[in-house]
Write a protein that binds this ligand. Sequence first.
Ligand code: RB5
Length: 145
Amino acid sequence: MIAIGCDHGGFNLKKEIIDFLEENNYEYKDFGTYSDEACDYPVYAGKVAQAVQKGECEKGIIICGTGIGVSMTANKYKGIRAALCGDCFSARACREHNDANILTMGERVIGPGLAREITKIFLETPFSNVDRHIRRVNMMKALDE
Ligand code: RB5
């Protein structure tokens, strides 16, 4: 189950990514926002982060204008490793190296085709599970305590 959310700045790209999820038979929960009316991105980033934190959803995707505000917010939640990605290399590396559990993107930064590709890579790439990456992810997890 994938948690997805956005603010008004990410509303159109969220629709595009939901289309991608449906076309590829991913189950998802849409945590809003549900219109392009101005709203506060920490609200929606928080809803997605909490769904992932509680284990209700395995991964999350959050979109705002830049991807920055939602990334900063999500990373305040214990257990969340949110990665802002604007390229395919980062989307792969954040899974393989950092075991990122939330992807964030900026609708005002990247186009829909690239956002779909980034999403595909993020969802399909497993954590590499090699010792050095496990150790480094564990060092990040220790900061939660
Ligand atoms: C909204 O104007 C914009 O600030 C927001 O979508 C996001 O880019 C914040 O980081």
